[in-house]
Design a protein around this ligand. Sequence first.
Ligand SMILES: [Zn+2]
Length: 681
Amino acid sequence: MNISQGVRFFASLFLLSFAGFAQSATPGSEPSAGIDLKAIDKSVDPCKNFYQYACGSWMKNNPIPPAYSRWGRFDQLQDENLKQLHAIAEDSEKNQQRSPTDQKVGALYGACMDEAAVEKAGAKPLQPELDRIKAMQNKGELAGEVARLHDQAVTAFFRFGQSPDPTNARMTIASAGQGGLGLPEKGFYTRTGPKDIETRKRYVEHISKIFQLLGVPAADADAKAQKILTLETDLANASLDNVSLRNPRLTLHKMSLSQFEQGIPNFDFKQYLVDRSTPQFSDMNDRVPDFFKALNTTLTTTSLDDLKDYLTWHYVSANAEELSSAFVNEDFDFYGRYLTGAKELQPRWKRCVKLTDQELGEALGKKYVEKYFGQNSKEKTLELVGLIEKSMEADINSLTWMSDATKQQALEKLKDVTNKIGYPEKWRDYSSVQIVPDNLVEDVTHTREFEEHRELNKIGKPVDRKEWGMTPPTVNAYYSPLQNNINFPAGILQPPFYNNSADMAVNFGAIGVVIGHELTHGFDDQGRQYDGDGNLRDWWTAKDGEEFQKRAQCLVNEYSNFSPVEGVKLNGKLTLGENGADNAGIHLAYMALMQALANGIVDKGKLDGYTPQQRFFLGFAQVWCQNVRPEAARLRAQTDPHAPGEFRVIGVVQNTPEFATAFGCSAAQPMDAGDKACRVW
Ligand SMILES: [Zn+2]
């Protein structure tokens, strides 16, 4: 449950995801139009609060299960996928006729499920590495130890990996960035409100308890924890905040390797690279030069003993979920219970299936695709993508605020977008990964080392654009600005997300808006800074750039006024890209619906009492029916670039005059922003 790990920096930084699906997950109860009539609260006026209208009864009837911090239709679908993966993992463990790769899946899952062995081992599997940290004689040995930990995906002090070169996006470049924090991001160290002070106090208590579980006396453990917070606060102060990180020009500082090394003389970076066995390279990107300056100072002013404690903390925390219940529970108490409000741990099988998906995702995913993915869904999705791309072309051509010169460039970029649907053409080869039975920590160390080296080996090579950044069963999608492609894993391309037998108006509102959303990411405040080949290049006239900013600012102001939990407002700048994609996505899907109505693909009459236009908006809104615990709502407002479901719906329909027309709302009512409506694309 450690939320600071799990997200792979260089892979997921640009994964601008959406979340959602369309209707009831209960088979046999699907309503004829594809709308979930039981979710609707008819006592609410749709023009006053469309989210309450579309989802009110669903929210009342679907309380959050104790092991979750948020429960929505998206989470329900993810849970269904997890059950299918569970069946595959169980089969891989027991089946005698399995392939070598299946054996690995089965052995990893089996090692995780062997609770008795894990319990008996306690923290012992960590001892060799803990001893190595303890045995360091001087700061000169730090680089070697940090390299060892980074190989195991423990992001102590900073991050180092690879990414496409933003100025030459077909090639891979080495990239160093900020890191080393145990709280979710910079703001958790710098804000000064009572809740923030409490969170830091709880964090220090958590670190102390982990040390006590390792056998350190309470008073010593408290002192160590306090010093670790001080060290991390220094790193946080020198870090970029999550809004600045969204600006690709603020994280582009190409330099020679020797220039980078000179900037951090107190850390033997040469030795670090040797120990990580990276390919030779001469140029790299220092994403946050000020961070490395501060890190260099921190390494000088902090004692060797305190640095060792810091490394020990991060090493244990990164592996806590693979240890005995004392560690698992302490980890959950802070990162799960306290930060997200979840009431209990997920059952062991769910945690073990998730771990297998995380560590051997394309092995488990290959089986998933063979067993559960219909080729029909792939063709249908491609068809819909084609329709939405046509809408976007028409939309760009019709913009009144954009010059012909910029339109031409935008259309060219649109033509260059590639679509990846379902699963990779070439599956990852896990043959070199060693999985031994009954040693969970060792197994996970091997899978992480494999993955780290697979990533590092890309440095200096052409980018493989066919690779996927999400595993096939994932219920999500993403756009990659550096590759200019949209990616839809198999996990979402199934009923009820896209429902073959449902009314197409509802499908346009659900999966259609999602496709429009991902496509728009290529043209949102971030994506618009890249060209069709993925290079960071300004293809806008100065005047058109200003016009874009003006319109985007309208969205920033609108969403900054939404409050998901008392005392907390959404960050309109952090969520700008996602909100822009939502607002344009619905517009593009609505254009496609109009075309489909004209072509007779969609039933023009009423179904379940709703016109096609009304069904479209219900299909869109019901994707987002969800309940969120207040702790999670607060955490997400501070960290998640996506607005919560409620405001994704309200924010969008307020800006969409077609909604007001469909439901007969007047400008005086809350769901019609009238001439204050925001519109970019
Ligand atoms: Zn998105």
